[in-house]
Design a protein around this ligand. Structure first.
Ligand SMILES: [Zn+2]
Length: 169
């Protein structure tokens, strides 16, 4: 959890973090965030996955315009340990931000990058909450798993389509 000083709280007041996904997929929590953004901008490195999210939704009959939805994407060093991504909302303006940890990103595979972006957009755009259900093999039934449940998440080229179907439907 973020521990902040009174001084720092001046900058935190407008943002409430709604969900995070950790590096080890081991925690998700409500927290406050440290910066304020006033324009809807997506980091170039993240844009391909934002566009892919829109395309995969469209394939499944879900119309998505992340720019119109005021969802930004930032690649930053997240101070809290073991946090790969966060979805936050400015309670005053309604603007939302997906923040991805730069260190995690630098070491992540394409599928891991897609997963963390899609999971956070699952919160930020689809307004989904966590699902920790598992199938008879113990696999997570959703990429919206919390990371603190006991299901096993295996996001592969073989499992990807089913997970995306579940995400958007
Ligand atoms: Zn989450």
């Amino acid at each position: 959890m973020l521990t902040s000083t009174t001084t720092k709280n001046i900058f935190f007041q407008n943002y409430i973090l709604i969900f995070v996904v950790s590096l080890g997929l081991s925690s998700c929590a409500k927290e406050e965030l440290t910066s304020v953004q006033n324009a809807t901008v997506v980091d170039n490195d993240l844009q391909i996955y934002f566009s892919l999210f829109e395309e995969e939704g469209k394939i499944r009959g879900v119309t998505i315009n992340l720019t119109a939805a005021n969802i930004s994407g930032e690649l930053v060093e997240i101070r809290q340990a073991n946090i790969a991504g966060q979805c936050s909302v400015n309670t005053g303006t309604g603007r939302k931000v997906v923040r991805i940890d730069a260190t995690y990103w630098a070491n992540a595979s394409a599928l891991e990058r897609e997963f963390v972006i899609f999971h956070e957009l699952g919160h930020c755009f689809l307004e989904r909450t966590h699902v920790d259900a598992r199938d008879i093999r113990g696999s997570c039934e959703s990429m919206m798993h919390s990371g603190v449940g006991d299901c096993q998440f295996r996001y592969t080229l073989a499992s990807r389509t089913a997970y995306l179907d579940e995400l958007f439907n």
